[in-house]
Each structure stands twice: as C-alpha cells, then as structure tokens.
Write a protein that binds this ligand. Structure first.
Ligand code: SAM
Length: 269
C-alpha cells in the first residue's frame, strides 16, 4: 500500500474540509435515493460523507471508512458538529474491505485511488461490496494536468517534487486519466466516465489556496518526504512556500484542478 502522501496536518485538512457532495461528487448525486446504504472509502474529514448522509435521509445508512482509527476522529467530530448521530465511522483498508459481498447500494471514493499502489485491486474490492443495482462512484485528480497563472519557477518545482514523491511511493498522481483503464482492468460493468474541475479564480479562493500551500510546503507530510528523500533543501521549500503566498495575493491568479470521474452500475441480476 502506498504511504498516504498528504498526511493529516492542519494545513492539509484546511483544503479537505471545504469539500461538499456538490463540489466533489456531482456525478453521483442524480443517482442517490432516500434509504440507500452508502460506503465512503477514504472519507478523511468526512464533509462529503456527511453531505451524502443528508441526501439519503434518515432511512439511509452511511459509513465512512478510513485506514487509521485516529483519522476517523475527524469524521466523528464533524458528525457531532452537525448533530449527525447515524453515520458510522469504521476503520478498514480499501484493499480488504471488512464487509460482506453486496453490502452497499453506493460505494464512493473521492481522491483516494491516486494514493494507492494497486488501484485496480481497490476497485475490484469496492465492486465486490456493491449490491446488485448499486452504483460505484470515483473522482480523482490529475496533478500533471493542473494549471495556474502566474507560473513562477518555484511552483513548477513544487509540482515536480510532488510528482517525484508520489511516484517514489508507487502511487499515481495523474490518476484521473487512468480511470477508464483501471475500471476495465477491474472488470467493472456499465461504466460512465467524465471529467470536472475545481477553479480558484477570485481573491478569496486564490488567497485561501495560496496561504494553504504556503503552510503545506513547510508543515506537512510533503515537507517531510522532500527532506527525507533529499529532493530539495529547507531553503528551497521556503522559496516554494513564499512563491505560493505571492501567487495567492496576485490579483490575476487562477488555478484549475482537473478531475476524472467514474460511475459503474452493477447489474440487478
Ligand atoms: C485526499 S484524502 C481524501 C479524503 C476525502 N475523500 C475527501 O475528499 O475529503 C485521501 C484519504 O484516503 C485515505 N486512505 C489512503 N489509503 C487508504 C486505504 N488503503 N484504505 C482506506 N483509506 C485510505 C487517507 O487516509 C485519506 O484520508
């Protein structure tokens, strides 16, 4: 299993906790019905998970799954904040899900496959726990395709370092473009693919994204991996951090993040 590159430092969570079902799994929403049993694999801080719980209503049942018990505390805290006492948070590995075949009507994963060494086996496992008539939904990013302006050399270097670490961990940072191949290799059926973006293109979101990476460059698992692998010096990380800050306060700044989207519908018989 690949080492989860981002980690759960506050600077990382700042980017994950703004996620909603609407901005992160719009492709799944038309297929949700009240009463569905939903599994959200790699749920992280669970803002998407808990939105899904609202959408399937009180007759539905949502489970957020995370690798480590300590990460589940993030989801439990967000559930308590929202007054959601129904959603379950359980520890487990997507490579060996602790559920019987056909246990869920929806199996969802947002930005998880890009971190795994064997995403095809993960999809097979997600498909196994999907009930006949159910839908599997995945959305994953493509770091190599992210684009931004202005484009100082320090931010190109940031991407170069990110890609190098992810690949050294045998993960796939350009996961989006692989979704069709992975789905076919995993034997999924009734596949639909698409793409969508997040765009940061106003003062508020650019400043938020720039400040966040200003911190993440110096205080997250990314920082540790760069230094441990001696890919760059502390000095270079500080230059990258400052470049992010400057980018975020540039009135012309814009950042576009491409995602691939996969739906697969399990036949009813
Ligand atoms: C980029 S975060 C996405 C979190 C959440 N889905 C979201 O979009 O807000 C990826 C998550 O996958 C989890 N993860 C990584 N490998 C996993 C595995 N083998 N099984 C379960 N979860 C895993 C990480 O702990 C992390 O919380």
């Amino acid at each position: 299993m690949a080492r989860y590159l981002h980690g759960h430092a506050p600077s990382v969570l700042a980017s994950h906790t703004v996620r909603t079902a609407e901005n992160s799994c719009g492709h799944l929403l038309p297929h949700l019905r009240e009463g569905m049993r939903v599994l959200d694999v790699g749920c992280g801080p669970a803002t998407i998970t808990l939105d899904l719980a609202e959408l399937v209503g009180p007759s539905g049942q949502v489970t957020g799954l995370e690798l480590l018990e300590e990460t589940l505390e993030l989801g439990r805290a967000e559930a308590a904040r929202r007054g959601d006492e129904r959603t379950r948070f359980e520890a487990g590995d997507v490579m060996a899900l602790p559920y019987a075949d056909g246990s869920f009507d929806v199996v969802h994963a947002h930005q998880v496959l890009q971190h795994l060494t064997d995403p095809v086996a993960a999809l097979r496992e997600m498909w196994r726990v999907l009930a006949p008539g159910g839908v599997l939904a995945v959305r994953d990013a493509d770091y190599a395709e992210m684009s931004w302006h202005p484009q100082p050399r320090e931010l190109d270097r940031w991407r170069e370092l990110y890609l190098a670490i992810a690949r050294a961990n045998e993960a796939t940072p350009d996961a989006a473009r692989h979704l069709r191949a992975w789905a076919r290799a995993a034997g999924l059926e009734n596949i639909e693919l698409g793409a969508s973006t997040w765009a940061y293109a106003d003062e508020e979101t650019c400043s938020w994204w720039g400040n966040l990476w200003q911190k993440r460059a110096l205080t997250s698992r990314f920082t540790e991996e760069v230094l441990e692998r001696e890919l760059a010096s502390q000095q270079e990380l500080e230059e990258i951090s400052s470049a992010w800050q400057a980018w975020g306060s540039d009135a012309d700044a814009m950042f576009i993040m491409t995602h691939g989207e996969l739906l697969a519908f399990r036949p009813t018989v």
